[in-house]
Ligand binder design. Sequence first.
Ligand code: UDX
Length: 427
Amino acid sequence: MRIAVFGAGYVGLVTGACMADLGHDVVVRDIVSEKIETLERGDVPIYEPGLDELLERNRERLRFTLDVAEAVHDAQFLYICVGTPPTPSGDADLSAVWTVIDELPRDFDGEPPVLVMKSTVPVGTGASVRAALDVRGLERIGYVSNPEFTAEGTAIHDFMHPDRTVIGSFRFDDGDAVERLHQGIDGPIMRMDVASAEMVKMASNAFLVTRISFINEIANVCEVTGADVIQVAEAVGLDHRLGPHFLRAGIGYGGSCFPKDSLALKQLAANSGYHFQLLSAVIEVNELQKRRVINKLQKHLRSLRGKRVALLGLAFKPNTDDMREAPSIVLAARLAAEGAEVTGWDPVADGRAVLNGVHIADSALEALDGADAAVIVTEWPELLELDWDAAGSRMRNRLLVDGRNMLDPEALRAHGFEYEGIGRGGS
Ligand code: UDX
């Protein structure tokens, strides 16, 4: 099949590379010329494990362009993988989606393509796009909602082995065509109407963040009652009705999807006259969770004015260079507001553009030089390997806030550290 992919970001590149790997011919179109030049040179503008190899292996089935006409020419499927960031009101900004729709040609020679919406969009977007296409005389173009559920860092595996593929269509034939395109991908296919498919994506992410905020609140209660959230979460997760996933307590969720999608669903509900109380609380808990790190530091250091704090890990999670909505951004800003000097280190992400006033070190040890405290913000495996005794000897004061509960408290205490985890009252 011939596929045009709009958007060369995380979703578009993974979709394009995986579709090419399944044997389809793919053209990826973006509006940023540097991205297209980078891709044409054989480089990858983002960090996603395995993506470089997949693009290289499928070079002959992949093209990159700035030109809409070239992308659309002969394409049987038009995948929309553009960003839908939040507007100041918290609603999803669909301007990039509408630009793609507006740029589509008025006439298609031969069989018209099927438009496949992979970007996360509010419920009702498909209906609006359908109406807009019809008004422009493009009734014959199909429309399918096919939300992505891939997580950064494991996106290629998630794409090829999804828990489910959701296909929402207005016309059954369009859904059939997209279903055929997924031959070679494991997992059940769920067919439904467009609005329901749109809601599956929003509900899934809302449920996942609810689990995270729930376990974070349990962790906070563990701290004041002397229980250990790691043991609690493990035992809770063994209940087959609950399951073990997304029960890692920490300093809150970030990333390109969870914060924006939860806010978008909250606003979608509000705009429709419904106050989504539970989701509002989930979002608020996440904001407070990041800020609790400051209280933990103050508990030991009292005033943070003039104190040096090292943030270890800056990306919103390991195995990605993505800084979008990373908790490190809020932490760095709060620390600066308290008068602390902040140093940051990340093995992959370059936080310079978003972390004002933070000195970026080349290694974790360098970041710890003369520090009064270290905060693990992202659970990079490198931090498990770190010689914590050597690390401590470079610090002015051995205080560690393990924001991801990744280290053994007793081992750290044996190295003379004051250790603060999240919800580890019992340890
Ligand atoms: C997420 C969804 O998993 C994916 O299905 C959707 O398509 C996009 O959003 P992603 O943002 O890449 O993917 O990362 P994910 O691994 O889900 O983690 C998101 C955030 O939640 C990270 O900041 C992570 O640290 C945090 N998290 C996750 C927790 O704090 N605790 C957990 O138990 C799990």
